[in-house]
Design a protein around this ligand. Structure first.
Ligand SMILES: Cc1ncc(COP(=O)(O)O)c(C=O)c1O
Length: 394
């Protein structure tokens, strides 16, 4: 007799972007020319110097575990990166190297959430965070947001949803699926409110270094500029194009008890991040690699223009222009279809793979669709042309 799986295993939600992506792959394998705009994976790959450095790692050396908190040189290199890019002085002891941003979020959740604790999350937002909170028996409080708040939390919303069980706010900026940043003054007010009420602030900055300027023209800033006690999660996957390399980091508050707990959690969960990747990732911080990543960021800005203008042209304008990541989140309710049917039919009839809003929460589940512009300019133009020809047939 098959033993019963845990409740969490029985109830975990699939990541539907993957489901649509897999369906698109099956169609491609059947010889159908599908334009895939469903996955959040940059098409650039790691900078060349990092690939070279990785080759050197496989010269027969032993490759032992590193410390659970990560390779000291890499922690220092990340601290220097904060100094150079964001003007922030971060003690390397606060940086923990993780297996992707995913494991940074896992550590952050494990560190902060107990059974029955409530965590406030903007709806729509990155789906995996909900599953992490549920894994630690926390309660996700989805706070419906809209274009009016750039699809982010505000201090007013946090105050409205705050109860005596609220333990943390989780913010992703720039956001997946909307590609919008939280206005820095709003971020500061949310963090001030949360701190004053004894809540953790967990801020996912996975897309921070891909961001463009704020709508008012100012630089996009890390939460650490306004809240040094926030827990920041970040990744080598997006800005450095290293999705499959599985490397990320978190910046933890400067508190010895917290740092010891993080060390112990990391040791118990995975001992350390992949040793060769940690060594190779040092090459991310050379001038050559950073220049390469900056060129790619500029390329993404060009692609964003193509997508934002293209969606407007075909009658599906984005409500809030993205200024980070590589996503556009647009309202399809004018088509008379719900977002799931829209995506199913776009794939079957126009051969364009997109992601329905249902992945990202309930608030925009039926009305919005995510387009990922981590695809070539040609693919984006073709995808938009196909959608433009298909829409009048609905
Ligand atoms: C907002 C956000 N956070 C975290 C991740 C996790 O990525 P990784 O584990 O590859 O760093 C993703 C991946 O798409 C994401 O979109």
């Amino acid at each position: 007799m098959q033993p019963v799986m845990s409740r969490r295993a029985r109830e975990v939600q699939p990541f539907r972007a993957m489901v649509f992506g897999e369906q698109a792959d099956r169609m491609i394998a059947d010889g159908i020319d599908v334009v895939k705009l469903s996955l959040g994976e940059p098409d650039f790959g790691a900078p060349p110097a990092v690939r070279d450095a990785m080759r050197e790692q496989y010269d027969g050396r032993a490759l032992p575990y590193t410390a659970a908190m990560g390779l000291p040189e890499l922690r220092r290199a990340i601290a220097d990166f904060y100094q150079e890019r964001h003007g922030l002085s971060i003690d390397p002891k606060r940086i923990v190297i993780t297996s992707g941003g995913s494991a940074a979020l896992l550590l952050a959740t494990a560190l902060t959430v107990d059974s029955g604790d409530e965590v406030l999350i903007a709806d729509p937002s990155y789906p995996c965070n909900r599953e992490l909170v549920k894994s630690f028996e926390g309660t996700v409080v989805d706070v419906p947001t809209s274009a009016a708040t750039r699809f982010h939390l505000t201090p007013e919303l946090v105050a409205q949803y705050h109860t005596d069980r609220t333990k943390a706010v989780m913010i992703t900026s720039p956001s997946n699926p909307t590609g919008t940043t939280i206005d820095f003054n709003v971020l500061k007010s949310v963090c001030d409110y949360a701190r004053e009420h004894g809540m953790w602030r967990i801020v996912d900055e996975t897309y921070l270094d891909l961001a463009d300027r704020e709508p008012d023209g100012s630089e996009v800033k890390s939460v650490l500029e306004c809240d040094d006690g926030a827990i920041v999660c970040n990744s080598f996957s997006k800005f450095f194009g290293m999705t499959g390399w599985r490397l990320g980091w978190a910046v933890m508050p400067d508190d010895d008890d917290v740092l010891k707990a993080v060390d112990d959690l990391a040791t118990n969960y995975y001992l350390c991040a992949h040793t060769p990747t940690q060594h190779a990732a040092l090459a991310c911080f050379t001038k050559e690699s950073l220049d390469e990543c900056e060129r790619r960021r500029q390329e993404l800005l060009t692609r964003r223009r193509i997508v934002v203008d293209g969606l407007k042209r075909i009658g599906l304008p984005v409500e809030v222009e993205p200024n980070g990541a590589f996503y556009a989140y647009f309202n399809i309710s004018s088509t008379g279809l719900d977002a799931w049917t829209f995506c199913e039919r776009a794939l079957a009839e126009a051969h364009v793979a997109l992601t329905p809003g249902r992945d990202f929460g309930a608030a925009t589940a039926d009305t919005h669709v995510r387009l990922s512009y981590a695809a070539s300019q040609e693919a984006l133009k073709e995808g938009l042309d196909r959608l433009g020809r298909w829409l009048p047939t609905l």
